[in-house]
Every structure is written in structure tokens, then in C-alpha cells.
Design a protein around this ligand. Structure first.
Ligand SMILES: Cc1cc2nc3c(=O)[nH]c(=O)nc-3n(C[C@H](O)[C@H](O)[C@H](O)COP(=O)(O)OP(=O)(O)OC[C@H]3O[C@@H](n4cnc5c(N)ncnc54)[C@H](O)[C@@H]3O)c2cc1C
Length: 490
């Protein structure tokens, strides 16, 4: 059995680990247009030494992440709990700190806002909604769109008020506008506007509070490096700098692919790039139109000495709605931007030489902007000034800065420059999203990644990889034991 993967993102890496663990005989080749594995899971390397995560920084669902790594036979990935999870500094001077311990957090919210009871109700209600969501939506695939119309699926959605927006849903629990923002803004972790994203995605801040925010020792990028090394050890072939141009389809079945002008024959092909961009490759298919996720401007700093920051801090405008309207609806730069600051050097000495630190700033931004656009508006200086106001002396500590714009993300292959795949909207969720088997009329062609069900975020993409491998097993009747003979006779 020969399988070709298009793209070496974490979806591919995890699927390949599961496949090689369960079926060591399987022959896997991974085609990647870049010169390394990991996709968005990458590092930024400073000229003067030191590395920092380029993309993901926040590890959610640590239990699922570890469970999946165990299933794939990857040992020794160490996670560290961050406590407090993070704090939010609003422009009006209000600070909301999220404690890792739920009881401590209840007490803190009661003291600061008199809303401890609302917080408890939020946690209790969301615990129930989460359990239902895992079985009904997260850990299953769909064969048809109409699966979603089944009363078994619709009833829980209605009960969870899933059609309310993530922000407005919180009015059921919190009076404070700061708490509503603090517990709805994490929909942006998957590129969603909390004022339009359905409240089912509001389970992210619940799960974050319940299980905590964790850190991969060595940086999130080191997870991709570990996965890559394990796959090489297991005999998987990587073909770097080999963009796939076409996926060959004959009589409703995948036959292989074309990369760098050469034809390769495979029994099965798996697409890991972004949809709809992958659809351009599939013979006979027309790309569909999707709503892209939000963009981000990223600034990476090499710092002389240390900075007085926790691992995660959010500088927030007093009202988040105008910011979200600017970037999602008007496609223009926000007057009052938000800045997420990531300071891994607080807990990880392995990233840079002693006496120096690495810090990154992520700024929600309209898509399509390049450096010239930002410079024309003085936007990068505005962000640096905002950080400086918060941390006097910061700019004098910066010895090197690197910039990544939404245009860079688009050039890398992220759909319309959105950082997080397609946006989490109702029409792009569950059965309405691309599935592990993307086309009912093409056999042995599969998909995995942030723009495929369930959704983006490293642990969830890994869950998607598990769904993919289970689906392959089911369809190819591998359940009773792998057999090339059995497959070729199908
Ligand atoms: C700025 C930022 C911050 C984030 N923060 C977090 C976070 O804190 N926590 C979290 O869990 N997640 C976070 N994410 C999301 C997370 O990074 C993604 O959900 C996840 O990494 C996506 O993995 P994927 O499998 O879809 O592959 P991708 O990372 O999309 O990789 C796909 C690969 O396919 C390759 N490819 C594409 N087309 C072709 C082709 N034609 N031929 C060959 N190769 C091709 C690409 O080069 C790429 O390497 C963040 C993302 C970004 C950008």
C-alpha cells in the first residue's frame, strides 16, 4: 500500500505517525513545497542567534494532545502548565487575570466583579455542552451534509443556543463587559470574530479555563521537529521543495500525483494544504468559495536581558467590537488594536543565549496587508509605541526584529492570508465543512488539516488526523488487519 501526502503540516505528520504505528508495512511519501516539515508549526530564527515560535504558542487540550501522541507512539514531548493562564490589560485600566485553578478563578471574579456565581454557571453549563459536542461534532466524520439535519444533531445545537454569537451568548452568564470579552475573544484563536462566530466555538474559552494553557518545552515548533524525526526513523520518505501540481484521478479513483513535473503512482493520496487551494489540484474539481479566517501581523523580537511579562499577556482595547468590525467587515486597520505578547523566555532557557530573551507580538489585522501597507499607515510604529507604553524601555532592549504579514501568510499558501484556515462560521462547520473524505465521487482521496473538519488548532487538527486514519481503515477494511492483497482486490 503506497500513500502520498500533499503537504507536511501537523495534520499529515500526525496521520503518518498513526499509520506507521498501526501498519508498519505501509509506504508513505510526503511532498512538501517548503524545505522543512511542520507548516505553520515553525520557528523564526534570529540572525544573532535564538529561536521563537512563528505561529502556534498556546497549547490547549493538553490531555487530548498527549493521548494522541501516545497513540502515535511518540514519547517524551514535555508540556508545562502556565499559571495564571494569562492576563488581559484593557485600555481603560481594567485587568482580568485568568487563574489556572477554577475555584481560585471563581473567587477572583467574585471579588473583582461580584460575578462568581455567573462564572460557576458558565463552567457548569459549558461542561455539559462540551461533553455533547465532543461525541456529536468533534470526534466523528460526516458522509452527507444532511447528517446535520438529523434530530439527534439539531436538538443539542438548539439546547446549547449554538446559533447565538460567542459574545452575546455570554450575556446569559456575565454582566461585566470585560468578562464577556475575556471569555469570548478566544474564538480568535481559530480566526473567528467573537461577535459573529457561533457560540459552539465559545467552548474554546471554557476548555482553556478547565484544562489550562500549557507550553511545549522547547517551543511548539519542536513538536513538529520531533514528529519529523520519528517519521524518518520509521522509514517515511520526505520530498522537500516539491510542490504538488496535480492529483491524478481516473474513473472516480485517485491514481497518484504530479510534483515538479514528475508523475508518481499511489494507491491513496491525502491533501493537507488549505481548502479551497487544494481543490485547484484535483483533476475535474472546481474550487468552492469559502469565508477566510482573520489575519495576523506578527512581530518577533530578540531582546537584550529580560522583560517584565508573563508568558502570555493580551493588551486589549476597552471595546473589542470596533476592532473586529475593522478587520473582518471593513478590511481596514483598527484605530485601537489589540496586541498579544508571548514571552516564552520566562520559562524556557533553551530558546536563546543567557542574558537575552525572545518575545513575539501578534496583532489581529485585516487580511491581504503587506509591510508597505502597514508602513504607509505607521501601524507598526503604533504597535511598538503601545508596547513601549505598557513596558517602558522595551524598544531600547530590542536588538533584532522580524515581521510577518498576512501577505506573507498568503504567499506561504494560507487561504487569502487568514492565519487559521477557513473561518469558523455555521456554514463552514461540522457536516458543512470539508470532510476527511472530501469528495463522495472520488475514492482513495482524503484530506486533513485546519480547513478540514473538525477545525484549526494543533490538537484539533491532530484529532482530524485520527478521524482520517479511522476513516481510511473503515473504507479500506483495514480493521481486520492490514493486507495489500485485500486492498488491491477491492
Ligand atoms: C500566527 C498563528 C498563531 C497560531 N496560534 C495557535 C495556537 O496558539 N495554538 C494552536 O493550537 N494553533 C494555533 N495556530 C493554528 C495552527 O498552527 C494550525 O491549525 C495548524 O498548524 C495547521 O496544520 P495543518 O495540518 O492544517 O497544516 P499547515 O500548517 O497548513 O501546513 C500545510 C503544509 O502543506 C504545504 N503545502 C501546501 N500546498 C502544497 C502543495 N501544492 N504541494 C506541497 N506542499 C504543499 C505547505 O507548505 C505546508 O507546509 C496558529 C496559527 C498561526 C498562523
Amino acid at each position: 500500500m503506497k500513500i502520498g501526502f500533499v503537504g507536511a503540516g501537523v495534520g499529515t505528520l500526525h496521520a503518518a505517525l498513526l499509520l506507521t504505528k498501526r501498519y508498519p508495512e505501509v509506504e508513505i511519501t510526503i511532498f512538501e513545497k517548503e524545505s522543512r516539515a511542520g507548516g505553520r508549526l515553525a520557528s523564526v530564527d534570529f540572525e544573532t542567534g535564538g529561536r521563537i515560535d512563528q505561529g502556534p504558542t498556546i497549547v490547549l487540550m493538553p490531555g487530548k494532545l498527549q493521548e494522541q501522541l501516545r497513540e502515535a507512539g511518540l514519547e517524551g514531548v514535555e508540556l508545562e502548565r502556565i499559571d495564571p493562564l494569562y492576563d488581559l490589560h484593557f485600555d481603560d485600566g481594567t485587568i482580568v487575570t485568568k487563574q489556572a485553578d477554577v475555584v481560585d478563578q471563581t473567587i477572583a471574579i467574585e471579588r473583582q466583579f461580584g460575578e462568581g456565581r455567573g462564572f460557576q454557571e458558565f463552567m457548569q453549563q459549558k461542561a455539559k455542552d462540551y461533553d455533547v459536542s465532543v461525541s456529536k461534532f468533534l470526534e466523528r466524520t460526516y458522509s452527507r451534509k444532511r447528517d446535520l439535519l438529523h434530530p439527534d444533531m439539531l436538538a443539542p445545537l438548539v439546547k446549547m443556543h449554538a446559533m447565538e454569537t460567542a459574545h452575546d451568548h455570554l450575556k446569559r452568564f456575565f454582566k461585566s463587559k470585560h468578562l464577556r470579552m475575556a471569555y469570548s475573544f478566544p474564538t480568535f484563536y481559530i480566526g473567528g470574530n467573537p461577535y459573529t462566530t457561533p457560540s459552539i466555538y465559545g467552548l474554546i474559552p471554557y476548555r482553556e479555563q478547565e484544562e489550562g494553557v500549557w507550553y511545549v518545552k522547547g517551543g511548539y515548533f519542536s513538536l513538529a521537529e520531533r514528529m519529523y524525526e520519528a517519521l524518518v526513523e520509521r522509514g517515511v520518505t520526505f520530498k522537500f521543495n516539491q510542490p504538488v501540481d496535480r492529483v491524478l484521478i481516473q474513473q472516480g479513483q485517485t491514481k497518484g500525483l504530479v510534483a515538479a513535473g514528475q508523475e508518481y503512482v499511489y494507491d491513496t493520496v491525502v491533501l493537507n494544504g488549505e481548502f479551497p487551494l487544494m481543490e485547484y489540484l484535483v483533476e475535474g474539481k472546481q474550487p468552492k468559495k469559502y469565508v477566510p479566517s482573520g489575519g495576523t501581523l506578527l512581530l518577533y523580537f530578540k531582546i537584550d536581558g529580560k522583560v517584565d511579562l508573563p508568558v502570555h499577556r493580551f493588551l486589549m482595547p476597552s471595546d473589542l467590537k470596533p476592532l473586529m468590525t475593522s478587520i473582518f467587515k471593513k478590511n481596514e486597520l483598527p484605530e485601537n488594536p489589540a496586541v498579544y505578547l508571548f514571552n516564552p523566555s520566562k520559562i524556557d532557557d533553551a530558546l536563546t543565549a543567557s542574558g537575552t530573551s525572545v518575545v513575539y507580538a501578534l496583532v489581529p489585522s485585516p487580511r491581504g496587508f503587506d509591510q508597505a501597507n502597514y508602513e504607509a499607515h505607521g501601524f507598526i510604529d503604533q504597535i511598538l509605541d503601545k508596547i513601549e507604553q505598557h513596558l517602558p524601555g522595551f524598544q531600547s532592549q530590542v536588538t533584532e526584529m522580524k515581521i510577518r504579514t498576512p501577505q506573507d501568510a498568503q504567499d506561504f499558501g494560507l487561504y487569502e492570508g487568514g492565519s487559521f484556515g477557513i473561518a469558523p462560521t455555521i456554514r463552514q462547520s461540522a457536516a458543512l465543512k470539508t470532510q476527511a473524505k472530501p469528495y463522495a465521487d472520488i475514492e482513495r482521496l482524503y484530506a486533513v488539516g485546519a480547513s478540514v473538519h473538525p477545525c484549526g488548532g494543533v490538537p484539533i487538527v491532530m484529532m482530524g488526523a485520527t478521524l482520517l486514519v479511522n476513516r481510511m481503515e473503515q473504507e479500506m477494511r483495514w480493521k481486520n488487519g492490514y493486507s495489500d492483497e485485500r486492498i488491491s482486490s477491492m
